[in-house]
Write a protein that binds this ligand. Structure first.
Ligand code: ADP
Ligand code: MG
Ligand code: MG
Length: 873
């Protein structure tokens, strides 16, 4: 097996072998783009290296020498040659992109001799020695773990001594002195030497990149992104091109579309006279790419053409690195660009409009979790107007967040663990800060641009982020931030607006619910291919309106008990419950009925012709009764009975196991007048809305907690009679249905018999899960953590459908129910109705709809459509 391939040598190799960077370098080479020559050492070599006990690269030796030789032929330069030295970069590149997580070394091949050769060859000694000192710095960091700040401190000290601001103000003599200082730092750090042998440089660099696969920040990143840790990284060895050369030279990073908003057009930044690292590291604040158009118009046009070509080729937004050496453009990297949730939707829709991809492809590229990101918070407009604005930076990642400021990742983590909400504020971030970034509400930096490390990582995490707050000076020693004569100490509360880039003093209230038009477009495509519909569980007019705004096609669960909790309502309810005589109960019920009619009218008029599933009273009655004496006394007076008597009647309703007690349809067996009142309220309000709003109303009356076919038949008959009598009296028509929730395991087992009288089924997965497992949802907090720790229960079954157990009962119920009524309407209305991982299961179950809370409707619509696409693959 070969471990090393020249770029584009073998067409059959994929990201798995070459890593993303290597595969794309090969592809770009094949496309004839200006890519510096090089070769890729495969991930298999990395795995082999990491697996061997001594971690040696001996097994690569022969192939490596051959590959270097070929590269030397191609470039007409030689590694270690003092006249025509070949310089290379040694770049990491994993199968799945892990931006900035692993290491790269530039300018490899320089030593005390070849640097002279480079100086003569380019006729630019300053440049040659600048490359050399960069190599020593990067090599020390990557190979020997000598921290960057140690080198930076030496550089800063020299600049201070020379009283200059910029690196470029240092003289050639200064650089040579700096190089000697740097070599001394190797010795000081642990008796290391900067290797003068270029072969040794290459070998050590390759090994260091292999090892960087295992570094803690790479491991954290993989854990967060669920990337397989066994893959290993590839290594790319590539001829250097120099953005830090004289004349028209520079380096930059650009996206084919704006990664924050999705807006079409080149988006990025660059620095003249700089090497690759300088842009991402946020050392200097770069220029926006638009400026390049004015500065180097020919190169700008050339780059734009290449960018378009790459986007068309990969059929997705690209994130590219380029370098200009003395007026010559090179592309050093391209990959599918990371983007915010709003950008992902905008780009998906635009690419479909442009004919680049089809709708199913667009849908498959989006994730249900992105939608939560789209409904990202904003600060309340009025609060923003009154707030004290501190500073403005670049809006790198949207969101609105408030927290206490901390200036290093570790402190931020400690504060987070102590329960504080934190905002990480830094000059710039580096991959070492990842653990602190993950737990921050927002990230703020004083330097760096829209493609700096902080910006890229925050967007990936969906974390609010503002970068490049130029006025801000972070004093790590004093643990304070200075700007415009003000000071903010560690722990101060600020609010960060990732949409605008503004920072505010103190906490600002948030508003929610940004509804993107592109989201609506994608979701309408989803509805066309989804194997079932998405309805909503909603009960207040506000929730119902939100549900329809989010595209629910019906209401799968309107609970009626919450309608009785308002202050004046609960009193009537209590009167009704505690009445001992039917006549007294009737009086209270009449008052409640008037209130229910009002509720249902609002819901029916909002729902228009969409189906509305209204569940009749479900909870045990004692839930409505007053527990404190003052309220009990008030009730006693109103009912004209003694306090002692009230207490006795309340005690009478108490149950040992209320969830398995007198609730659901069992209430109606004892007190039929309650459900009769509710169905009459439904009928009366439905007729009223049909008349006033001129549309049909489709009520689906749902009986909770049915466990036997006899219960179902009895209540169905009773309620149907009640409604039909009313309709006949008023000479009116109404298309209503009476069905049941399937939430008792027994109901699944006898579903064929229940279906004989039920007009529809809807799985109440909360109770069904509770009774299938035999544990109560309200009490699992005591033991579920232990189960999860022991790996006995991988997922919380109230959040993620238990397909094996609860799912098996559902399958049985569907099969038996449809055996009796082939076109029985069946839905799922529990918490797990919106569970994206359960969608393929629901598709196979053959249900008609799922129903979930309004805010989960958009992601459920996407997940439902995606379940159909996986089937098509
Ligand atoms: P990362 O994955 O962290 O971006 P890269 O391997 O892409 O690491 O390299 C880091 C920086 O060095 C990038 O800006 C890249 O463009 C630049 N670079 C890499 N190889 C070369 C090269 N052969 N010539 C010039 N610049 C290079
Ligand atoms: Mg890169
Ligand atoms: Mg229930």
């Amino acid at each position: 097996m070969n471990y090393i391939y020249a770029f584009a040598e073998d067409q059959t190799l994929t990201n798995q072998e070459l890593g993303g960077k290597g595969a794309n370098l090969a592809e770009m080479t094949r496309l004839g783009l200006p890519v510096p020559a090089g070769f890729t050492i495969t991930t298999a070599a990395c795995r082999q290296y990491l697996a061997s006990a001594k971690q040696e690269t001996g097994f690569l030796e022969d192939e490596l020498m051959k590959a270097v030789h070929i590269l030397e032929e191609k470039t007409q330069r030689q590694l270690g040659n003092t006249k025509q030295p070949l310089l290379v970069s040694v770049r990491s590149g994993a199968p799945i992109s892990m931006p900035g997580m692993m290491d790269t070394i530039l300018n490899l091949g320089l030593n005390d001799q070849t640097v002279i050769g480079l100086a003569e060859m380019t006729n630019d000694p300053w440049f040659a020695y600048d490359c050399y000192r960069r190599l020593i710095q990067m090599f020390g960091d990557v190979v020997y773990g000598i921290d960057k700040p140690i080198f930076e401190a030496a550089l800063t000290a020299l600049k201070n001594k020379r009283q200059v601001q910029k690196d470029t103000d240092l003289t050639l003599v200064d650089l040579k002195q700096l190089i000697e200082t740097y070599k001394g730092l190797y010795v000081a750090a642990g008796q290391y030497q900067f290797p003068q042998s270029v072969d040794q440089q290459l070998r050590l660099a390759i090994e260091a990149v292999f090892k960087s696969w295992q570094n803690p920040r790479a491991q954290t990143y993989r854990r967060l992104n669920q990337i397989d840790g066994a893959m290993g990284t590839a290594v790319n060895v590539q001829q250097m091109v120099f953005g830090n050369y004289q004349g028209q030279s520079g380096t930059g990073v650009a996206f084919t579309r704006n990664p924050a908003t999705g807006e079409p057009g080149l988006f990025g930044e660059y620095l003249l006279n700089a090497q690759g690292e300088d842009v991402v590291a946020g050392i200097r604040t770069p220029e926006p790419i638009a400026t390049l158009k004015a500065q180097l118009p020919v190169i700008y046009e050339q780059f734009k053409t290449i960018a378009n070509q790459l986007e068309a080729h990969y059929r997705d937004m690209q994130d590219m690195e380029f370098t200009i050496e003395a007026g010559q453009l090179y592309v050093l990297q391209t990959r599918v660009g990371k983007r915010t949730a709003p950008a992902a939707f905008r780009i998906a829709v635009d690419l479909v409009d442009e004919g680049v991809i089809d709708r199913p492809t667009a849908i498959s590229r989006l994730k249900p979790t992105m939608i939560d990101g789209l409904l990202h918070p904003l600060f309340e407009t009025s609060a923003v107007q009154q707030a004290t604005q501190l500073l403005t930076g670049l809006p790198a990642s949207p969101g609105a967040a408030t927290g206490a400021i901390y200036f290093d990742a570790q402190k931020a983590q400690q504060a987070h663990e102590a329960g504080e909400k934190v905002v990480l504020v830094r000059q710039e971030t580096s991959p070492e800060d990842i653990d602190g970034m993950v737990i921050s509400e927002a990230i703020v930096t004083s330097r760096g641009g829209m493609t700096s490390h902080a910006a890229v990582v925050a967007r990936g995490m969906g974390c609010c982020c503002v970068v490049g707050c130029q006025q801000l000076q972070v004093d790590y020693e004093q643990r304070a931030a200075h700007f415009a004569g003000r000071v903010l100490k560690e722990g101060a509360i600020i609010s960060v607006d990732g949409h605008t880039g503004h920072l505010y003093l103190g906490a600002l209230p948030q508003q929610t619910g940004v509804h993107e038009t592109t989201l609506g477009t994608v979701l309408s495509w989803c509805d066309e291919i989804a194997p079932f519909a998405v309805w909503a569980n909603a009960e207040t007019p506000q929730e119902v309106a939100t549900a329809f705004e989010f595209g629910a096609q019906g209401l799968g669960l309107v609970r009626t008990e919450h309608m009785f909790f308002g202050p004046e309502r609960i009193f009537k309810m209590r009167q009704m419950i505690l009445a001992t005589e039917l006549a007294d109960r009737q009086v209270a019920l009449a008052a409640l009925k008037a209130l229910q009619i009002n509720d249902f009218k609002q819901i029916f008029s909002l729902a228009e012709e969409r189906p509305c599933t209204i569940r009749l009273l479900d909870p045990p009655l004692h839930e409505f009764l007053p527990q404190n004496e003052a309220e009990q006394a008030e009730l006693a007076t109103a009912l004209g009975i003694s306090l002692a008597e009230i207490k006795r009647r309340i005690a009478d309703k108490a149950e040992i196991n209320p969830m398995l007690g007198h609730r659901g349809s069992r209430l109606a067996v004892t007190y039929p007048e309650i459900y009769q009142m509710q169905v009459l309220a439904i009928a009366e309000s439905a007729l009223a809305v049909q008349t006033t709003h001129h549309h049909a109303v489709a009520p689906k009356i749902m009986l909770p907690l049915i466990g036997t076919a006899t219960e179902m038949a009895y209540l169905k008959q009773l309620l149907q009679q009640t409604i039909d009598d009313y309709l006949a009296e008023n000479q009116q028509q109404l298309a209503y249905q009476i069905g049941t929730m399937i939430e008792i395991p027994r109901a699944c087992l006898v579903a064929d018999k229940i279906a004989a009288t039920a007009d529809f089924f809807s799985f109440g997965t909360n109770d069904l899960t509770q009774m299938t497992y035999g544990f109560s949802r309200d009490d699992i907090g005591h033991f579920m953590p232990d189960y999860q720790q022991q790996g006995l229960m991988p997922a919380e079954p109230f959040q993620t459908l238990d397909q094996d157990g609860v799912g098996a009962l559902m399958q049985l119920a569907v099969q038996k129910g449809r055996q009796t009524k082939p076109d029985l309407s069946i839905g799922v209305c529990g918490e797990v109705g919106g569970d994206p991982t359960a969608m393929p299961f629901y598709r196979d179950l053959g249900i008609d709809y799922v129903s979930c809370s309004p805010y989960r409707v958009p992601s459920a619509r996407l997940a439902a459509a995606q379940s159909q696409l996986t089937l098509a693959d």
